[in-house]
Design a binder for this molecule. Structure first.
Ligand code: GDG
Length: 510
């Protein structure tokens, strides 16, 4: 560590490890490898960085420690705070609201109070680690107030925020009783990253409607308050004679470590496991696969409905086709998730009861988490991948499937309500609410000729291998460096527009 703190501090709800205490209270940790960890770990390791986050268990009050060349700074959360801040405000207010109110959001003033308190704790922990002028990268909807809290405490810091989930249209966002405070919290950042151009457009509209600030494309002019310290930031006077600083709000579509998935898919043991999976399923002609956290945004019920109707209509035969549905356990203490699990499991058992035979099961349903190697074996075994989310910031599963198909085979059925659909145009794009359309797409995928499968998959792979997660984090940090430097910002913007930026589609209407 530099004596005066770290030059890069990542702030996320979770640390990249799970911390556990033994009987004597001694901590030990295991890595919890997710997409975010893979993306940010090399950046943090290579730049004298620290990672601030919750350790994964209630009431852990630990000193910062070093793991895998990173400084890890645990933020303690009590059982009550987890209930109000995490399960409550994050997962039962913001999550459903930001996913187009697929489930009704719950608004509780008590949850909001705790959300503010916990955000402040994260901000203070991050500020304590940051060297003068350091870069802080804050992640996701659980921590939207942190950018402003950091800016107020430490104007010298360069602050980025990335929103992993959608940002809703104004008509929906406006329901949030604390809509103004959240927008102001985010605008503490110098760069606010979204998955899609449409999300950035929705955010800019909310800023105009709620705060009346001027926006030009992805640039937002945020007025500088009297006496506000701006650090080294450029401040200019706008047309109305108001002193403003520049905030960049634009899309930075996240990706995966595509190379890693290719490597796993090339391993003989994983390929052998893929063959074994096929055999164990009774060697059906077609294996369809769904992989999701068991979440109501993922469209699992719509997928099951379409599949059940295809069996009912005899458009497909259980002797030929199996659907494997991995539904990894998620947020099990939140009531809507308990209900979803009951509904999904009832539907699965009805379909299996109606259509399975002694030798062939219609749906192989797995309410478990698996090692990444097993996931890649499943991707390799699956002829058709079903991603039918009703709303999804990006959907990494779609990209993982594509990166794993080194054989240029397999068909991706992809909901147009995922961020991934902005980039993965050669998938079979579907509206999951249109059950007939979804059934047609499933049949088209099942019967697609090999040449067409290969043509589409090659194009998909090109996209995923080019825009991988390393490129994502480099692009975000590059934007952060430019927007806060004295360089000609306009030149940076023009260069961006000249290069092909993925996900360039028109914003959705509010
Ligand atoms: C949020 C946004 C955005 C799932 N089951 C197992 C397992 N997984 C892995 C997948 C994938 C990840 O979890 C899920 O990522 P998604 O992107 O599909 O969805 P969310 O969890 O909702 O993620 C989303 C993402 O943040 C990143 O910004 O794309 O839109 O909602 O990597 O493979 N992994 C293993 N075993 C499992 O059983 N090993």
């Amino acid at each position: 560590m530099a004596s005066a703190g770290y030059d890069l501090v990542v702030v996320a709800n979770r640390l990249p490890v799970d911390v556990t205490l033994d009987d004597d209270g001694n901590p030990s940790w295991t890595r919890s490898p997710g997409g975010l960890v893979t993306a940010l770990e090399p950046v943090v390791q290579g730049s004298d960085g620290a990672w601030v986050g919750w350790g994964g268990a209630a009431d852990l009050d630990l000193e910062p420690f070093d793991a895998d060349d990173m400084r890890l700074v645990p933020v303690p959360l009590s059982e009550d705070e987890l209930t109000d801040y995490y399960e409550g405000f994050s997962n039962d207010t913001l999550w459903p609201l930001y996913h187009d109110v697929i489930q009704p959001p719950t608004f509780h003033r008590q949850w909001w109070d705790v959300y503010q308190r916990v955000n402040r704790r994260f901000a203070e922990a991050a500020a304590a680690q940051a060297a003068p002028g350091a870069t802080i990268w804050v992640h996701d909807y659980q921590l939207q107030l942190v950018p402003k809290m950091l800016r107020d405490a430490r104007p010298d810091l360069v602050i980025g925020f990335f929103d992993h989930i959608p940002f809703p249209a104004y008509g929906i966002y406006a329901q949030l009783p604390w809509r103004r405070q959240v927008i102001e919290g985010l605008l503490g950042a110098d760069v606010i990253g979204f998955q899609r151009l449409a999300d950035a457009g929705n955010f800019a509209r909310a800023v105009r409607r709620l705060l009346g600030y001027e926006t030009r494309g992805s640039v937002i002019d945020v007025p500088v308050r009297d006496g506000e310290a701006v650090g080294h930031r450029r401040v200019k006077t706008n047309r109305r004679g108001i002193r403003v600083r520049t905030v960049l709000a634009k899309q930075f579509p996240i990706s995966i470590d595509a190379q890693r998935y290719q490597e796993l898919a090339s391993r003989p043991d994983i390929q052998a496991r893929a063959h074994q999976i096929r055999e164990e399923l009774g060697d059906p002609r077609t294996i369809m696969l769904g992989v999701d956290r068991l979440d109501y945004t993922k469209g699992i019920r719509h997928r099951l409905k379409a599949y059940g109707e295809l069996l009912r209509d005899r458009s497909i035969d259980v002797d030929d086709i199996t659907l494997v549905q991995v539904a990894s356990p998620s947020r099990e203490r939140v009531e809507t998730y308990k209900q979803l699990r009951d509904e999904v499991e009832l539907t699965v058992s009805r379909i299996n009861g109606d259509y399975s035979t002694i030798s062939h099961t219609a749906i192989s349903y797995l309410h478990q988490g698996y090692p990444r190697e097993e996931m890649v074996a499943l991707y390799l075994a699956a002829d058709v991948m079903l991603v039918t989310a009703l709303r999804d910031g990006m959907n990494l599963v779609a990209k993982e499937y594509v990166a794993s198909r080194i054989d240029n085979d397999g068909v991706l059925v992809l909901s147009e309500f995922t961020g991934a659909s902005d980039e993965l145009k050669q998938a079979l794009l579907v509206n999951p609410h249109d059950i007939e359309g979804l059934k047609d797409a499933m049949l088209q995928a099942i019967h697609m000729p090999k040449r067409e499968r290969a043509r589409r998959m090659r194009a998909l792979r090109k996209r995923v291998l080019t825009y991988d997660v390393q490129r994502w984090s480099a692009t975000f940090l590059d934007a952060l460096a430019h927007v806060t430097s004295d360089d000609d910002y306009g030149a940076y913007e023009r260069a961006q527009q000249a290069s092909s930026v993925p996900g360039s589609v028109a914003p959705s209407e509010s």
